[in-house]
Design a protein around this ligand. Structure first.
Ligand code: ADP
Ligand code: ASP
Ligand code: MG
Length: 416
């Protein structure tokens, strides 16, 4: 029995009309392809943001961290409950058998990191049988349940990860991610109209692009797909039912014939830059800082340390997601005397722009081209970070789009 998982994001289920269209797409596939289908849905576009806003208002300024996040999850997971029920109803209207499945009903187990929980396992009793029996399983994405029976959400964009987890659990032949663009592009097509759709992209490159801000797929979904060998296909949900457009396949590198030096450009505005001035300079200081941040659940990214030109003093610069900026600031301020620093500056008006490509492993000059393109536009670089297949720079947020466009052109990625 072939099993397939289809996922529809927020704009694809933004209102009843869109949900009716999704039901047509699913019905067409179910009737023409045969096999078992599981469909994962996001909340209606804008709904999760609205729910997040409410939790902030209700909690007030005093509450950040775990004490806030467990109830945050109860609230923000509710958007997916609504769309899963609505799609099941729309499928039934078309004469198909369908039912909704919430995270706890699937027993999609997560850890206790509320707000950004990781999937531990998928117990799914009765779920695979229902799918094989021809009933379309409509799964509320983004949500699972922790070992205490509490609802946990998988981080923003987490329905992608729910879909790949379901595909892995079902041994599905492919996981189709339907969204509002018809594939993965060389950069965000909304800010660079000359971006080009890729027919295929390797898990590795997609993982970098996603983790560096290309929100078309959530990072963990790509990670899960790579670890479980689930091919992921990104498609448009706006096409007619029965449309045969192939979208973009995320697959193993060896399945890709034509390899580019730079395959894509990503950007992220969810960045904050922290500068610790006049830090004590002795072994254990960095360990102290980053252990405290890790315990608070702050994901630190770029780190630069330099002498302060004063005996026994150093400066440290690092970045973390802007949404964790307040939590990180408080964590450091509360430990000011234990860590031993003079000043902490937080700059939330920064963005990270990155170029990604497996070809960087064997080609030189990629960094040079990047720095020249940025300097030609007068864009100043605050921090640089590199890995085997990417180079990232931190810049003033106001120059994000200019930088992305300049780099897209510089690496020859613009469409004719
Ligand atoms: P969904 O609601 O379906 O999950 P998202 O908004 O999370 O959709 O992701 C789709 C969006 O990702 C697109 O509208 C596009 O603006 C953005 N995006 C960013 N980088 C890329 C890229 N390299 N290729 C395609 N889309 C991208
Ligand atoms: N609704 C959630 C969000 O907006 C999850 C998702 O759409 O993937 O982040
Ligand atoms: Mg998304």
């Amino acid at each position: 029995m072939t099993r397939k998982v289809l996922k529809f994001g927020g704009t694809s289920v933004a209102n009843i009309e869109r949900i009716e269209h999704v039901a047509d797409v699913v019905a067409h596939r179910a009737r023409n392809e045969g096999g078992g289908f599981a469909v994962v849905v996001s909340a209606m576009a804008g709904e999760t943001n609205k729910l997040v806003g409410w939790t902030k208002e209700a909690a007030g300024d005093g509450l950040v961290g775990a004490e806030y996040d467990d109830e945050y999850d109860v609230v923000v997971s509710s958007g997916e409950q609504v769309t899963s029920g609505l799609l099941a109803l729309a499928l039934r209207k078309r004469g198909l058998r369908a039912r909704s499945w919430l995270g706890w009903q699937l027993a999609l187990r997560t850890d206790e990191a509320h707000g950004k929980a990781r999937i531990k396992g998928f117990e799914g009793e009765g779920f695979a049988e229902a799918v094989d029996g021809g009933e379309i399983a409509v799964i509320a994405g983004f949500q699972g349940v922790d070992d205490n029976g509490r609802i946990a959400t998988l981080g923003r964009g987490g329905s992608d990860t729910s879909a790949v987890a379901a595909a892995a659990a079902l041994g599905a032949s492919e996981c189709a991610i339907y969204t509002d663009v018809d594939g993965v592009y060389t950069t965000d097509p909304r800010i660079v109209p000359k971006a080009q759709r890729m027919e295929k992209i390797s898990y590795e490159e997609m993982l970098e692009l996603a983790s560096l801000g290309a929100k078309v797929l959530q990072t963990r979904c790509v990670e899960l797909g790579m670890n479980n060998n689930v091919p992921i296909r990104v498609l448009s949900s706006f096409a007619d039912p029965g449309d045969t457009h192939a979208g973009t396949l995320v697959c193993n590198e060896d399945e890709i014939v034509e390899k580019q030096v730079v395959s894509g450009i990503a950007y992220s505005r969810d960045e904050a830059k922290f500068t610790l001035l006049g830090l004590d300079d002795h072994p254990g200081v960095a360990a102290e800082i980053f252990a405290r941040l890790a315990d608070a659940g702050v994901n630190v990214d770029m780190i630069v340390q330099a002498d302060a030109r004063r005996e026994g003093r150093q400066n440290m610069v690092f970045t973390a997601p802007d949404r964790d900026a307040e939590l990180a600031r408080r964590t450091l301020e509360d430990a000011r005397s234990e860590i031993g620093f003079e000043e902490l500056e937080v700059n939330r008006d920064v963005a990270k722009v990155s170029v990604v490509g497996v070809g960087m492993r064997s080609h030189t000059g990629v960094a040079k081209a990047m720095f020249q393109a940025l300097s030609a536009k007068g864009i100043n670089i605050a921090v640089i970070a590199t890995s085997e297949i990417k180079i990232s720079v931190l810049i003033d947020a106001a120059y994000t789009e200019l930088a992305v466009r300049a780099l897209h052109t510089a690496y020859g990625l613009d469409a004719e």
